[in-house]
Design a protein around this ligand. Structure first.
Ligand SMILES: [Zn+2]
Length: 307
């Protein structure tokens, strides 16, 4: 990938194709503050095109994907990171997943009443509930799960509180999503995260002050800066953090991808609908679609009854 010098000797990756989605890590060289920018326009549009979500639900799914990408890419993952939100509101469940191959997927289940809520009031759809962050290192390992209450219906805020309280890693997150009515109703979705990692760089005794300064800068970001048609991640980082000597590291590319299969969907039906399967005739055929990608699979009663 071509590179060019940037900010007095710091090197940055120059993307040749601007439309590709990415998570871009960065660091503020004069402090123990690290961060990431996630740009997910294509991923979010791909995910949302597969289900008929009301606009407010679509916004929540987009925000969940952004938060998931920003958080997941900070772990030393071996397989998959999932964000799982359960509430007693009109949106009952949101799942967002990031896999180490850079694929993401998401879905939401919701009541019809969610269709009456405009995009601007999306957070009202999340009632009281919990948010789980699940790290799955793959077959043969036990997933690690951290759970926090959902703070005021805000996904990003809940993650901030989790890191601040459970892991004592001060974290600041901004995500934004907007829909372009012209020309094609497509969505724009980007977000940014900064974290204070004690002991990594910085000046002795000034680490916390550096994070407080970075957090204050994060609060100056307007949604329109994250959802601009010509979104320029490096330009935004320079504008925000040039006095902190921001340096940009290599991108992790991201795109939509679903790991469903005939076998996995059959296993899920066997797990969640034992009574329904018992009532099927062996020769009877049923359809079931993947909640993430919408792909339709066909099964016979006999196949589902056989383990
Ligand atoms: Zn699928």
């Amino acid at each position: 990938m071509p590179r060019k010098p940037f900010l007095s000797g710091v090197w940055v990756v120059v993307l040749t194709e601007q439309s590709k989605d990415f998570v871009r890590p960065f660091l503020l060289r004069r402090s123990g503050v690290r961060g990431r920018v996630a740009h997910l326009n294509e991923t979010v549009n791909d995910v949302l095109s597969r289900q008929d979500y009301p606009e407010a639900v679509a916004r929540l799914v987009g925000e969940a994907l952004l938060v998931c990408a920003l958080v997941a890419s900070g772990f030393k993952l071996r397989h998959r990171f999932s964000l799982q939100i359960k509430t007693d509101g009109e949106v009952r469940l949101i799942m967002a997943e990031y896999t180490t191959d850079g694929t993401m997927r998401a879905y939401a289940s919701f009541d019809d009443a969610a269709r009456l809520i405009p995009m601007e009031q999306a957070h009202n759809l999340l009632g009281r509930g919990t948010m789980a962050m699940i790290i799955d290192h793959g077959p043969g390992t036990e997933p690690y799960q951290g759970i926090v209450p959902l703070s005021g219906g805000d996904i990003a805020e809940s993650v901030q509180e989790y890191f601040g309280q459970s892991d004592q890693i001060p974290t600041s997150i901004r995500v934004a999503m907007a829909q372009q009515i012209e020309p094609d109703n497509s969505y724009m979705a980007s977000g940014i995260l900064v974290q204070h990692l004690p002991g990594e760089g910085g000046h002795d005794g000034h680490d916390e002050d550096d994070f407080v300064a970075a957090d204050a800068i994060m609060h100056t970001i307007h949604d329109s800066e994250l959802c601009d048609v010509g979104f320029d991640a490096n330009g935004l980082l320079y504008k925000l953090f040039h006095e902190h000597e921001v340096a940009v590291l290599d991108d992790a590319p991201v795109c939509f991808g679903c790991s469903c299969s005939h076998q996995r969907i059959a296993d899920a039906i066997r797990l969640y609908d034992k009574e329904g399967i018992a009532e099927l005739e062996d020769a009877q055929m049923i359809d079931a679609s993947c909640q993430f990608c919408g792909h339709v699979y066909e099964f016979s009663g006999g196949e589902l009854k056989a383990e």
